[in-house]
Design a binder for this molecule. Sequence first.
Ligand code: HEM
Ligand code: HEM
Length: 179
Amino acid sequence: YKGDPAKGKLIVDQVCAACHGADGNSAASANPTLAGQHQKYLYEQLKAFKAGTRKNPTMMGMASPLSDDDMWNVAAYFSQQKVKPREAADKTQMPLGKKVYTAGNFGTKVPACMACHGPAGAGMPDRYPRLTAQHAPYIVKQLNDFKAGADRQNQTMADIASRMSDAEMKAVAEYISGL
Ligand code: HEM
Ligand code: HEM
């Protein structure tokens, strides 16, 4: 891919670091960690915010002034940062969370998340985003956004999220946060 991480860092330091962390490891659980996320995925999300197809008032405002090159540059920078391992906050959610992540729910046709996002949440470049060490509240919000289909549209994830219970969402999000 094109994308100059040094140029990306200039934008990150001025604009994005406040919420996502200077190295892409965010402190606040509403803001996703971007460190180590696949470059093309990051670029596509920024394009979607700018186009208004992924709706979030904050991020639409952040993405709109970015040029196509800026987006590749910040995506290059964040993708090259190391994601810091985290521990799941609520260990009581681990049994159900692990079950959903590694095996899904046969009865309600929820597939194993692991099938696409990988056993350690690494995802797959160009296809599936990394989930490793992502904040649980952010994950729960995304699953609900996919399910509702208004702010974020993706057929695969909408089908999956719409079959999940609130309890499954919360549990799998906690499990993922500790991957
Ligand atoms: C989401 C990049 C600035 C708050 C995202 C995502 C990207 C991104 C790529 C999607 C992540 C994913 O799908 O996993 C950037 C860049 C920024 C920037 C490149 C600087 C130009 C900010 C700032 C804030 C912020 C300053 C806080 C004021 C958020 C929030 C989300 C988000 C809350 C989640 C949105 C949702 O729920 O869909 N950002 N960001 N970002 N960012 Fe930023
Ligand atoms: C995106 C969770 C299963 C394919 C995502 C995101 C989350 C998530 C939280 C958004 C990541 C972010 O915003 O950074 C889960 C969970 C699963 C699951 C909890 C199991 C219950 C799957 C499976 C597939 C898949 C089985 C493949 C068949 C995708 C794709 C995206 C995505 C393609 C990117 C969507 C986009 O571009 O907006 N998933 N996932 N996921 N997932 Fe899953």
